[in-house]
Design a protein around this ligand. Structure first.
Ligand SMILES: CC(C)(COP(=O)(O)OP(=O)(O)OC[C@H]1O[C@@H](n2cnc3c(N)ncnc32)[C@H](O)[C@@H]1OP(=O)(O)O)[C@@H](O)C(=O)NCCC(=O)NCCS
Length: 257
C-alpha cells in the first residue's frame, strides 16, 4: 500500500474555491508498486506524460499525487487516462482533461484547475484548487530537504545567506537550517504560484521575503520583478502556510486577486 497523508488546507475564500485537494506520495513505495505491476504506470499516465517524465520516478509520483489531489478536490473518481498533467510553455504544470472528467469539471462550473507539484527527499506532493471563472487564483507548493539546506549553509555560510535571503530573514533564522529550509520552501512555493520559478521574468530569491509572525504564521512580501510580475497577473493577496516538519518542511501558497 502507498502511504498517503491528506491535509486539507484551511484557507477557504468563498463558494467558488471551497474545493481543494492535497496529496503526498512516498516515491520509494510508489516505485515498488510499479515494479510489482509494470502495467500500472502506463495505465496511470498518458503517453505524453510518460514522455515528459523521461523515466524520472519523482515525476511519475508527482503526477500520481496531482491526479489524486484532483480526485479529492472533485470528490468523485476520475479515469486516470482522462487526466494529463504537462508543463505549460513557462513550465507551470497544467491539467488537461478529456471525456467524462472534462464534462464533470464543466458541470461543476470550474473553469481553471490551478495545480502545483514538488518533489524532494523521496516525497512527492501536489495541491489542486478548482476555481470558477470570476476568481483569479494561483497555487504553489514546495517540499524542501532540511539536510540539503543545512549542508549549503555549512559549506557556503555567507554566500548561501546573502544570495537567497534578505537581512530580516537572516536575522530571524540565526544558524538554524530548519528555519532557512522553511523560508526556502516558502520562496519556491511563491515562485511557483507566480508561475515564473526563479530566473524567468528575472524573479530573484531576495525579491520574495518570508517573515515569521505570531502563532506559526508567515507573511509574504514581494518586491522588484516578483512584485511587478504579481501585479501584471493581478495576484494581490498572498496566503502562506508552512507545515514545519523537521526533516522536510512543506510550504503551501495561495495567491489571488
Ligand atoms: C520552479 C522551481 C522553483 C522548482 O523548484 P525545484 O526545487 O527545482 O523543484 P520542485 O521539485 O520543488 O518542483 C518541481 C516542479 O515545479 C513545477 N514548476 C517548474 N517550473 C515552474 C513554473 N515556472 N511555475 C510553476 N511551477 C513550476 C513543475 O511542476 C515541477 O514538477 P515536474 O518536474 O514534475 O514537472 C525552479 O524553477 C527553480 O527556480 N529552482 C531553483 C533551484 C535553485 O536555485 N537551486 C539551487 C541549488 S543550490
Amino acid at each position: 500500500m502507498i502511504e498517503r497523508t491528506y491535509v486539507k488546507p484551511e484557507i477557504v475564500f468563498n463558494e467558488e474555491t471551497s474545493h481543494s485537494g492535497i496529496e503526498i506520495v512516498n516515491v520509494a513505495q510508489f516505485c515498488r508498486l510499479v515494479e510489482k505491476q509494470p502495467d500500472w504506470l502506463s495505465s496511470l499516465l498518458t503517453q505524453a506524460e510518460m514522455d515528459y517524465c523521461a523515466g524520472k520516478h519523482e515525476r511519475h509520483a508527482g503526477r500520481f499525487a496531482a491526479k489524486m489531489a484532483l480526485i479529492k478536490a472533485m470528490g468523485v473518481g476520475l479515469q486516470w487516462q482522462e487526466i494529463s498533467i504537462l508543463p505549460s510553455p513557462t513550465k507551470r504544470p497544467e491539467i488537461q482533461l478529456t471525456g467524462k472528467a472534462a464534462q464533470l469539471v464543466q458541470d461543476n462550473g470550474f473553469i481553471t484547475l490551478p495545480l502545483s507539484i514538488s518533489h524532494d527527499e523521496g516525497l512527492a506532493v501536489a495541491l489542486v484548487i478548482p476555481t470558477a471563472d470570476n476568481l483569479k487564483l494561483q497555487v504553489g507548493i514546495d517540499i524542501t530537504s532540511c539536510e540539503r539546506v543545512g549542508k549549503l549553509l555549512e559549506r557556503f555560510p555567507v554566500l548561501f545567506r546573502n544570495k537567497r535571503f534578505t537581512k530580516k530573514e537572516i536575522d530571524q533564522s540565526g544558524n538554524d537550517p530548519v528555519q532557512f529550509a522553511q523560508k526556502w520552501a516558502a520562496k519556491e512555493a511563491t515562485s511557483k504560484a507566480l508561475g515564473t520559478g526563479f530566473g524567468q521574468e528575472g524573479v530573484k530569491w531576495r525579491e520574495i521575503e518570508i517573515i515569521g509572525q505570531d502563532r506559526g504564521t508567515y507573511s509574504v512580501a514581494l518586491s522588484g520583478n516578483a512584485l511587478a510580475w504579481a501585479e501584471s497577473e493581478s495576484l494581490h493577496t498572498w496566503n502562506l502556510t508552512i507545515i514545519p516538519n523537521v526533516k522536510t518542511p512543506i510550504a503551501v501558497v495561495i495567491a489571488h486577486a
